[in-house]
Design a protein around this ligand. Structure first.
Ligand code: AMP
Ligand code: FE
Ligand code: FE
Ligand code: ZN
Length: 288
C-alpha cells in the first residue's frame, strides 16, 4: 500500500488539475492520495469525478495558521485537516475569509513589484484561477517567470517572494488552536504539516507541539521532503512521547516544486487510525 497524504492541485498552488493529479497518482503507483489544497475544498469534486479504479481519495485541506513559536513570538504553521465535513459553516467562513485575504495580499505584493519596475498584472493572475481557488505566491512566481523577470519559480522566491524579502506581505491567518477545534468539530482529523520545514521561514519550537496535542492535534507530518534526517528523528521522538500519529507525504505541487508524488509515504496503519478518529469525531460532533 502506497499512501501520500499531502498534495496540491490547481485549486491552490499546484499545477495539476484535480483530474490530472489523480492520474499522476495512479502513474506514481499510489493506492491512496489525499488532496490538501491551501484553504479550499474546491478541488474535491473534480478529483472524485476523475478517480481511477484502484485509487482512493482522502479529502483534506491545508489550513494557513499562526501559532505561538515557543520563543515569545508567533510563527506561520500549516495544519492538515482530513475527512472533515465540507459543509461546516465555521470552516467555510474561515476559508472564504482566507482566500479573500490571499487575493488582497497578492494585489499588495504585485503593486509593490510594479512600482519597482517588475510588471505583474494581478487581475490577469487572479482571473486565471479556477473558482474558489486559493491565490498564492507561486502564482506570482509564475507570472514573474512568464514576464521574463526570472528564470524559474525558485528564483522568483529567492529574489522577490521570500518571507524576509521587501515585497513580502503578510496575511491574517487562523489561530492554530481555533483551526484544530474547527477541524475536529467538523468531524475531521488535524495533523501538523511539515513542522520543521525551515525553507519556508522560521519554524515552531517543538515544545509547542505538546500544547497542540492537548487541543486535539492527532499527529505530525514527519516524513516531508523539507525535513532532514535529524528533524525526522527528533519529531518521531516527540510524536512517540505525546502519542501522536506520524505521517509522511510529498507535498506535491506539480511543476512548482521539484518533488514527485509518492516521494514520501504514510504507513497503512496510520491511515487506518486517521479514519477511525474521523469516524469517532463525527459521532462526537453529532452528539456533543
Ligand atoms: P503563500 O501560501 O502565498 O504564502 O505561499 C506559500 C507557498 O509557496 C507554499 O505553500 C509553497 O507551495 C510555495 N513555496 C514557498 N517557497 C517556495 C520555493 N522556494 N519554491 C517554490 N515554491 C515555494
Ligand atoms: Fe503551497
Ligand atoms: Fe504547507
Ligand atoms: Zn502543502
Amino acid at each position: 500500500m502506497r499512501i501520500d497524504l499531502h498534495a496540491h492541485s490547481t485549486a491552490s498552488d499546484g499545477t495539476d488539475t484535480p483530474a490530472e493529479l489523480v492520474a499522476t497518482a495512479t502513474a506514481a503507483g499510489l493506492d491512496v492520495l489525499a488532496l490538501t489544497d491551501h484553504d479550499t475544498t474546491a478541488g474535491w469534486a473534480d478529483a472524485v469525478d476523475a478517480l481511477p479504479v484502484g485509487l482512493r481519495l482522502i479529502r483534506g485541506a491545508e489550513f494557513s495558521c499562526v501559532a505561538p513559536d515557543g520563543r515569545g513570538g508567533d510563527v506561520s504553521v500549516h495544519l492538515l485537516g482530513y475527512l472533515f465535513d465540507p459543509a461546516s459553516e465555521a470552516i467555510i467562513a474561515e476559508q472564504v475569509r482566507l482566500r479573500d485575504e490571499r487575493r488582497v495580499r497578492l494585489r499588495a505584493m504585485a503593486a509593490r513589484m510594479a512600482a519597482d519596475g517588475y510588471p505583474v498584472d494581478p487581475d490577469e493572475v487572479l482571473a486565471s484561477l479556477p473558482p474558489e481557488a486559493s491565490a498564492g505566491r507561486p502564482h506570482l512566481a509564475r507570472a514573474l517567470v512568464s514576464a521574463g523577470v526570472v528564470g524559474n519559480v525558485d528564483e522568483a522566491f529567492r529574489r522577490f517572494l521570500n518571507g524576509d524579502g521587501s515585497y513580502y506581505t503578510g496575511r491574517a491567518d487562523t489561530d492554530v488552536h481555533a483551526a484544530i477545534r474547527m477541524v475536529r468539530a467538523a468531524g475531521g482529523v488535524a495533523i501538523l504539516a511539515h513542522p520543521a520545514a525551515r525553507r519556508r521561514g522560521p519554524v515552531i519550537d517543538t515544545s509547542v507541539i505538546a500544547d497542540l496535542a492537548a487541543e486535539g492535534l492527532a499527529g505530525v507530518e514527519v516524513d516531508h521532503p523539507d525535513h532532514s534526517d535529524g528533524d525526522r528523528a527528533a519529531l518521531r521522538e516527540i510524536a512517540a512521547a505525546l502519542d501522536l500519529l506520524v505521517t509522511g507525504s510529498s507535498d506535491y505541487h506539480g511543476t512548482n516544486k521539484p518533488v514527485a508524488l509518492g516521494q514520501e509515504t504514510t504507513a497503512p496503519e496510520v491511515l487506518e487510525r486517521i479514519e477511525e478518529l474521523a469516524a469517532s469525531s463525527r459521532v462526537a460532533a453529532l452528539t456533543g
